[in-house]
Design a protein around this ligand. Sequence first.
Ligand code: ZN
Length: 304
Amino acid sequence: MVFEILKAKNMPELPEVQTIVDDLNRKIKGDTIVDFWSDWPKAIKGVNLKKFEAEIKGKKILKAWRIGKNMFVDLSGGKTIYIHLKMTGHLLIRTQDTKNKIQKNKNYFNDRVNQYIHHIWKLKSGKTLEFSDLRKFAKMVLVDTDKVMELPEIKKLGVDAMSKEFTLEKFRELLQKRQNKKIGLVLMEQELIAGIGNIYRSEILFDAGMHPERSVKYLKKSEVGVLYESILKILKKAIEMRGTSDSDYRDTDGAPGSFGKILKVYRKDGKICSCVRKKKKCDTIIKRIKLGQRSVFFCSECQK
Ligand SMILES: [Zn+2]
């Protein structure tokens, strides 16, 4: 427990939230909410527990979607539940099989990380949607579906890193606005590009061979192109691998993501860079520096 408190927690980023969104659409889209339970109503913002419950009961789940690290569940009747997972929040879907513990694979629901259930939605199909959140920082807001974009947290967001709008031209245009900043900081700015956090900025910069402290104004046009490709490549790969379970993030089966197995620099400080260039192993020790409030990890040989 002490270890868990001391270990820095990382918020789920775009790939983790996308994994959960995809799971929700696959497993409970079209289902109906029949009941709701919570022992932490403080997480519900704007309305009290009774009102929240009354508004969502009997409503059909139309679809889940996201912008950056923000998740939305659209319901019938023109309402949407906006969910921010914050540090340790994650959603689990329990089916009759998992309840009876007869699934073939490991039952991840027994893992400790999945034991901090504070909210439960009972669904018509017999499934339950459960919200585990160790730190209890996650929040939910019930909002009119047509007013989602007016939420202050959403309004201020920049372009989503996996959206069609995030083109190379758009990326160049955004960098123009941050000429005097370090690229490692710019990538994390949700008001500019939404979705990239601490884990993926290190991996993206490594993939692009770019030092996190490079000033935006000295980046060559070709380097910006390489970086743009690395953003898309790393995020896409991370979605394919169902995210990174650096701390508490789990998918809706309660299972960890597997991108953690192929991390190149994130939390690898003190370890030797595994990169092979011109048939020669890099062998440089990976470094960690503070950039803004957070650590960034890089190889000084591979990233210039
Ligand atoms: Zn290296």
